[in-house]
Structure formats: structure tokens, C-alpha cells
Ligand binder design. Structure first.
Ligand code: CAA
Length: 383
């Protein structure tokens, strides 16, 4: 039975994340959004707090916490700065999870441990110029060489792309086998022929770094294959199930930040001789925003809870991401409306929430893909 009881540890994680967001992340968030600077120092401190390896066993440098703790921390950090949230989400869900689940002890010692400790961070390379939603259409190839594989191709939209130290790269090792011929390679930033491109100039999450990656005859030794040859698509899809919970929590945080800003502002701004919070037109908005926020929160926490119970969470993760990302965009738009003209200028924070919210409907599976995932899971349950 789904239960939302938070333990003392959960409350402590939430408070720690809230305090950290307020004191360490918030002061530089506006400036970093303006100049697109990567939050290097903040990411380093996230590592010290144990937030970059939240669900990894302490044996491999992690904090050994559950998915609900991760979601609570993601929500608080993203309520202040979603750019920091996505660095954290990709490292925890898309990089560490796969290494923890499929890695050899050697890979866990050399790669997972520094990633989980937050000494370095990682990136996940699935998307390509011609393989976004249709992720099975990998054009990056890996051909057999002496003692390993030689990779060629281009990856796109890679979060943490210019700053990561380790990359999980999906490549086609046997085209005939279609998605069963895709393999996941662990590639260090220092590999010869591995070239991150220029940072993209994005609408939102501007201080996170996104870029394309060129791979030209990059040699990867056999011991750096994650899982088995041909298992890469399965690893990518399973990683994305958890990743969607992380992005749902990021969206939830954005929605919370936007809602709280609107709520406070409505009590401060006066019109027609009284605070605008006394006007029904504004009260309707606040009530609607709060209800969507709470509905999104329940779905996000439920998806994390199912993961923690080792139950199937594919549908729940997709529903949480779909709902929370839509709530984030809607609530950010309404927060601007409550602020009126002030909501449209950079001096007030709410316009950033809208710019940051939009990407949550796109990455780690667009809303259209989430609908497909949900529908397929519903139909599977009939079979
Ligand atoms: N969990 C586990 N396995 C899954 C899965 C899931 N959610 N979705 C598909 N699979 C498995 C299927 O079971 C199947 O395996 P078998 O052949 O062994 O049965 C295999 O994957 C292929 O599945 P389909 O036949 O359903 O493939 P499809 O091509 O019809 O559809 C898709 C697959 C669901 C559309 C998938 O391509 C998808 O999720 N696309 C979106 C990709 C995505 O989310 N990209 C995000 C990029 S990463 C990013 O944004 C990173 C960043 O930096 C922030």
C-alpha cells in the first residue's frame, strides 16, 4: 500500500537540501543564469554533501539512501536553481545507476566511486542528431579492434557534456540486431578522438552545460563495456526510467519555486486598495496552482516509493514526469501572470522558472514519449 510517511532521515535530507539551496545556490543563481556559467563550486559542495551519489552503496562512495530521499533533495535544489538540479539528476540517475547495477567491481572502484563521491561528475550519451525520441536509431558505430572497440559518431544534447570526466556512450556494435546490437561504453573525457563541442546557448537551465560530442576513432578497451555487448539499449531504457523520476522531481521543484514566489508576491502587491491576494481572480489562480503542485508531488513521490519497494515503476515514472513537467510550465506561466509586468522582467525571478520549466517537457523523453510509455504499460497489463 502506497504510504507517504517521511522518516526522520527523509526530513533531515529535505532540510539539508533546503538550507544548502538557500545559502549556497540561491545567491549566485541569477548571475549564473545571465552569464551561463557552470556551477563548479556548488557541484563540488553537492559532492561533499553526498548528493551526487545518493542511492549508491557506501562501499562505492555513495550515501546509500533511497529514491524518495533523492526526490526530496532534487525538489529543494531545483526550487532555487534547476540548472544545478539537472547536473545532480544526470549524475545520480543516468550515470551512477547503470554503473551500480551493471558495472564490474573494477568499474565500480575506478569510475563509480569518484562519481558517487562527487569528486568528478558524469554524462549520458544516447541522443544523436538523427536519434532523439526514436532512440533505437543509433548511428554511432563501434567496430572490433585489438582488445577493444573503435567508436565513431556524434552525440547530441549531452547534459554535463563539457565538464564531465566520464561518459556512458551508446553505440551500435551490430546493426543487424537493431536495438539488441547496441552496447554501452564507459569513456573517459581524456580518450583520444573524444571531442565535446561548444556549449549550447539555451532558453533555460542556462548554467548547466549541454553540448554535442564528436567521436573519431575513439578506442575503448573490453573492460570498459558496461554490462554485456548488446545490452546497451536495455541499460539506457532502464536508466531513463529512474532518470524520469529525477526530472519529474526537478520539474516539481521549479513548480514549487514559482508557486511560492507568486503566493508571497500576491500578499505584497496592492491593487484596488488591497493586496491582490484578496481578489478572487488571483485566489482562483493560487488555488489552481497549489492543487496542480500537490497532484504532481504525489505522483513523483509515488514513483520514488515504488522504486524503493522494488516494484515496477516504469508507468509511474512516466506519469510523474508528464504531470510534473506540465504543472511546472503551467504554474510558471501563472506565476508570471500574478506578477503582471514585473513577472516579465529579469529583475523578478519568475520568468526564469518558465524558461527552466520548458525543458522538463522535452529531455529524458518528451511528453509525447511519456504518453507512449504509459499507454504501452497499460496495454501490457491486459496481456
Ligand atoms: N524500460 C525498460 N525497457 C524498455 C523501456 C523502458 N521504459 N522502453 C522500451 N524498453 C525495451 C523494450 O522492452 C524492448 O526490449 P525487448 O526487445 O527486449 O523486448 C526494447 O526496449 C525496444 O523497445 P520498443 O520495441 O518498445 O522500441 P520502440 O522503438 O518502439 O520505442 C521508446 C522505444 C519507448 C520510444 C524509446 O525509444 C524511448 O524511450 N525513447 C525516448 C528516448 C529518450 O528518453 N531520450 C532521452 C535522451 S537522454 C537525455 O535527455 C539526457 C540528458 O542529458 C538530460
Amino acid at each position: 500500500m502506497f504510504s507517504l510517511e517521511l522518516s526522520e532521515t527523509h526530513e533531515m535530507i529535505r532540510q539539508t537540501a533546503r538550507d544548502f539551496a538557500k545559502t549556497e545556490v540561491a545567491p549566485s543563481a541569477v548571475e549564473r543564469d545571465k552569464n551561463g556559467e557552470f556551477p563548479t563550486e556548488i557541484v563540488h559542495k553537492l559532492g561533499e554533501l553526498g548528493f551526487l551519489g545518493m542511492m549508491v552503496d557506501p562501499q562505492w562512495g555513495g550515501s546509500g539512501l533511497d529514491a524518495l530521499s533523492y526526490v526530496l533533495a532534487m525538489e529543494e535544489i531545483s526550487a532555487v536553481d534547476a540548472s544545478v538540479g539537472v547536473v545532480m539528476s544526470v549524475n545520480n540517475s543516468l550515470v551512477n545507476w547503470g554503473l551500480d547495477t551493471y558495472g564490474s567491481d573494477e568499474q565500480k572502484t575506478n569510475v563509480l566511486t569518484p562519481l558517487a563521491q562527487g569528486v568528478v561528475h558524469g554524462a549520458f550519451c544516447l541522443s544523436e542528431p538523427e536519434a532523439g525520441s526514436d532512440a533505437t536509431q543509433q548511428h554511432t558505430t563501434a567496430v572490433r579492434g585489438d582488445g577493444g572497440w573503435i567508436l565513431n559518431g556524434t552525440k547530441n544534447w549531452i547534459t554535463n557534456g563539457t565538464t564531465a570526466s566520464w561518459y556512458l556512450v551508446m553505440a551500435q556494435t551490430d546493426r543487424e540486431l537493431k536495438h539488441k546490437g547496441i552496447t554501452c561504453f564507459i569513456v573517459p573525457r581524456s580518450a583520444e578522438g573524444f571531442e565535446p563541442g561548444l556549449k549550447e546557448d539555451k532558453l533555460g537551465i542556462r548554467s548547466s552545460d549541454t553540448c554535442s560530442i564528436g567521436l573519431t576513432n575513439v578506442f575503448v578497451p573490453d573492460n570498459m563495456i558496461l554490462g554485456d555487448v548488446g545490452q546497451g539499449f536495455k541499460i539506457a531504457m532502464e536508466s531513463l526510467n529512474g532518470g524520469r523520476i529525477g526530472i519529474a522531481a526537478q520539474a516539481l521543484g521549479i513548480a514549487k519555486g514559482a508557486f511560492e514566489a507568486a503566493l508571497v508576491y500576491s500578499t505584497q502587491r496592492k491593487a484596488f486598495g488591497k493586496p491582490i491576494s484578496d481578489l478572487q481572480a488571483i485566489q482562483l489562480k493560487l488555488a489552481d496552482m497549489a492543487t496542480r503542485l500537490e497532484a504532481a508531488r504525489l505522483l513523483v513521490y509515488k514513483a520514488a516509493w515504488l522504486k524503493d519497494q522494488h516494484q515496477n515503476y516504469i508507468k509511474a515514472a512516466a506519469q510523474a514526469k508528464l504531470m510534473a513537467s506540465q504543472a511546472a510550465v503551467h504554474i510558471a506561466l501563472e506565476a508570471i501572470q500574478v506578477h503582471g509586468g514585473y513577472g516579465y522582467v529579469r529583475e523578478y525571478l519568475v520568468e526564469r522558472f518558465l524558461r527552466d520549466a520548458k525543458i522538463t517537457e522535452i529531455y529524458e523523453g518528451t511528453s509525447e514519449i511519456q504518453h507512449i510509455v504509459i499507454a504501452r504499460e497499460l496495454l501490457k497489463s491486459l496481456a
